[in-house]
Write a protein that binds this ligand. Structure first.
Ligand SMILES: C[S@@+](CC[C@H](N)C(=O)[O-])C[C@H]1O[C@@H](n2cnc3c(N)ncnc32)[C@H](O)[C@@H]1O
Length: 303
């Protein structure tokens, strides 16, 4: 059984269908989390099938499947190709990525991902690294703060919010979630405080964990590790991530430019399986509110 307290898997069936699982194939789940998707993949694999999962958060080790067909790589998926080679797993038949953080990471107050609990500013997915959200909030200059709040948080008042942080920390270091909330109180407005804070925290988390760089590296390497006809299945929760995934699958580059070869053929590594992103149905959204912003895209590796 999947560890549903840890994380409820989002769009499970569409992800499995997208992977087009062959019983003897080799699959990669680059975001193991609670293992919901991984366990369902193992259920569909035959005895010669293989599943390699990645997760950089050591907490996932508490509930790994005991299954000879399964192995965990406790590393960042930005090193996809290197570790698949090390595990003698190349080439692979399908890759699944369910980006972002798990419910477990949000719900563990001391991890500092949630604005709903007080904790030290942390937000590291990989706690072997030293840098935390504290460094961003206390050390980034105002312009750098404004840029990440605008780009990763899509905050309309990113400039004013950055100013509030810089002003507050000139009086006293900002160590905790509670102190950060006090620092930005004037930028929050009266309504929609939760929405504002969700965006602020998302921005800091994406910057700290270098999520956009990791996604770009992962997508680029997926081309080299997949067999022709192999599936790339990516679920994202942020418009910036979805744009990168969409452009990469549809156009073969992150900017969305159309590149053609001498004969006029599209230069891209994947064919998109669907024109539009797949989204959760109303029933899933009601049952699992965290699925609401999910967008699923599937690419089939070209020959
Ligand atoms: C949304 S959860 C995955 C949930 C999982 N599909 C399930 O059903 O339980 C994302 C997981 O991916 C991990 N993760 C995110 N970015 C990563 C990266 N760049 N490298 C390795 N793991 C990453 C997080 O630590 C988290 O556990």
């Amino acid at each position: 059984m999947a560890d549903l307290e840890y994380h409820i898997p989002v769009m499970l069936e569409p992800c499995l269908e997208g992977l087009d699982i062959q019983p003897g194939g080799t699959y990669v789940d680059v975001t193991f989390g609670g293992g919901g998707h991984s366990r369902a993949i193992l259920d569909r694999l035959g005895e010669n099938g293989r599943l390699i999962a990645f997760d950089q958060d050591e907490d996932v080790k508490a509930h790994l499947p005991e299954d000879g067909r399964f192995s965990l790589v406790d590393e960042n998926f930005r090193h996809l190709k290197r570790f698949l080679r090390l595990h003698n797993a190349l080439p692979v038949d399908g890759i699944l990525a369910d980006l972002g953080v798990s419910s477990h990471q949000f719900d563990e107050a001391e991890r500092g991902f949630s604005f709903r609990a007080d904790a030290r500013l942390d937000m590291r997915m990989d706690r072997r690294t030293e840098r935390t959200a504290w460094d961003i909030i206390n050390n980034y200059d105002e312009e750098a703060l404004r840029n990440i709040l605008r780009t990763y948080g899509e905050l309309t008042n990113a400039g004013f919010t950055a100013k509030c942080i810089v002003r507050a920390r000139s009086q006293q270091q900002i160590d905790t979630v509670g102190q950060l909330k006090e620092a930005v109180a004037a930028a929050m407005g009266r309504d929609k405080q939760a929405k504002f804070l969700a965006k602020l925290f998302q921005a800091i988390r994406i910057e700290l964990n270098e999520e956009i760089d990791a996604l770009r590296a992962f997508l680029t390497q997926s081309v080299d590790v997949l067999k022709p006809g192999g599936r790339l299945v990516v679920m994202s929760y942020h418009s910036l991530e979805d744009r990168l995934v969409k452009n990469f699958i549809k156009r073969g580059n992150f900017e969305g430019d159309i590149h053609k070869d001498f004969f006029g053929n599209d230069l891209r590594a994947f064919d998109p399986l669907n024109g539009k992103a797949i989204v959760p149905d109303a029933e899933e959204e009601a049952r699992n509110p965290r699925s609401r912003s999910a967008k699923l895209r599937i690419g089939v590796k070209r020959a």
